[in-house]
Design a protein around this ligand. Structure first.
Ligand SMILES: Cc1cc2nc3c(=O)[nH]c(=O)nc-3n(C[C@H](O)[C@H](O)[C@H](O)COP(=O)(O)O)c2cc1C
Length: 374
């Protein structure tokens, strides 16, 4: 039942991102560059079982194309975690992940997310509860290196004691949010701690350690694996506007379009305009987000493949149609956040973005793009 054991290392995975990696975007990513594993957006276990089931169950919809897929939950109540894990098992998920890193005030107020770093005992109880409900599915944890400071020496062994299948470490503290660069040396240390760990029954740890934070393309991911010895890398914001992120990976995945680009498209791409304002909204921190996008774009060029503006816009149309079809309950404004990420890097990008911001549905988005003279 533990699909993680069957994956070839290093394992390159897509991060859970609320209102970004929803069923529509995951479907697009599965088509253009499938990661080894995908996560759902986080879902409140309390919300599911204390009145919000009909609404939240929609965030747990997925298709086989997205497999293997892990359902992520947050709660501070072991009984809710057990129920959520059981539900994930019944829905056919491949794994269950517990969020122990979210800095959102509304999540922390419940004692969930990053607040659990301050309560290792409860964190252990949640993992045990998830395993109880999971029907044999692997249970993983996504967390940070500490709350106010690096606490990995205490926090990580506490988690390892319950033997989760994977611990993904976002290499920043809760206090740091995403305001400073991720510090991957702590991922390296986490691997050492795992390698030397023996649980209270004398058993060595088999938990996989993934690093997370600022990884911008697969080559960068592989470098980080080499530097730290971690078993895998989780990519978040690098996927914005770039569903090809995981294409061309180790398993011989191919990008959908050949790398050859026309003269005109080439010069357009070389003139990439990385506009801080334009890239601000998708990340939690605009300056860092812009920097990361900039790195990502230039890396794409460096890696020898560029997706033309036209290709990006075609995928944006496809993505928007899927959003409308699969997620009719969601506010269309959520989709608009993606427009800024896709529509960038050419002279009239801002003009087109402004027009797209006025669109209210997929049909209007398509019409605006087709009528626009790039
Ligand atoms: C818009 C957004 C939504 C996020 N939602 C979640 C979430 O639902 N669950 C979670 O564990 N982390 C969430 N995160 C954190 C990311 O999974 C990831 O840890 C963080 O972005 C750092 O990785 P990156 O530098 O590769 O983006 C979110 C991040 C962003 C930017």
């Amino acid at each position: 039942m533990n699909f993680w054991k069957k994956l070839k290392k290093p394992i390159m995975v897509l991060a859970p991102m609320a209102d970004v990696t929803d069923a529509a975007f995951r479907r697009v990513i599965a088509k253009y560059g499938k990661p080894d594993v995908m996560w759902t957006e986080f879902v409140s276990a309390d919300g599911l079982f204390l009145g919000g089931y009909d609404h939240l169950i929609k965030d747990l919809e997925f298709s086989d194309a997205e497999r293997p897929i892990v359902a992520q939950f947050f709660t501070s109540k072991p009984e809710m975690m057990e129920k959520a894990a059981r539900l994930a098992f019944e829905l056919g998920f491949d794994g269950i992940d517990i969020n122990m890193g979210c800095p959102d005030k509304s999540v922390e107020k419940q004692g969930a997310g990053a607040a659990l770093i301050k309560n290792p005992k409860l964190a252990q109880e949640l993992i045990i509860a998830a395993k109880k409900g999971a029907g044999g599915l692997p249970v993983s944890v996504k967390t940070r290196i500490g709350y106010n400071k690096n606490e990995i020496e205490i926090w990580l062994p506490a988690l390892l004691e319950t033997n989760p299948a994977v611990i993904t470490i976002h290499a920043r503290t809760r206090k740091e949010m995403s305001l400073v660069p991720a510090r991957w040396e702590h991922v390296k240390r986490a691997v050492e701690i795992r390698d030397n760990f023996v649980d209270s029954n004398g058993k060595k740890s088999e938990t996989l350690i993934f690093g997370n934070g600022d990884a911008y393309d697969l080559n960068n991911g592989k470098e980080l694996v080499k530097e730290t010895g971690c078993d895998g890398v989780m990519f978040g914001r690098a996927i914005f506007g770039n569903p090809w992120l995981f294409a061309n990976a180790k398993h011989g995945r191919q990008i959908e379009r050949p790398a050859k680009i026309s003269q005109q498209e080439n010069s357009q791409s070389e003139n990439l305009i990385i506009n801080k304002e334009n890239n601000a909204t998708l990340g939690r921190n605009s300056a860092e987000r812009s920097e990361s996008v900039a790195k990502n774009k230039f890396r794409e060029i460096g890696a020898g493949y560029i997706h033309t503006i036209k290709e990006r816009l075609e995928v944006l149309i496809e993505h928007t149609k899927l959003f409308q079809e699969l997620l009719p309950h969601k506010n269309f404004a959520i989709m608009k956040k993606h427009f800024k990420a896709y529509v960038t890097g050419f002279d009239k990008a801002k003009e087109l973005r402004l027009k797209l911001m006025e669109a209210n549905n997929a049909e209007e988005v398509e019409k605006t793009i087709r009528e626009f003279d790039i």
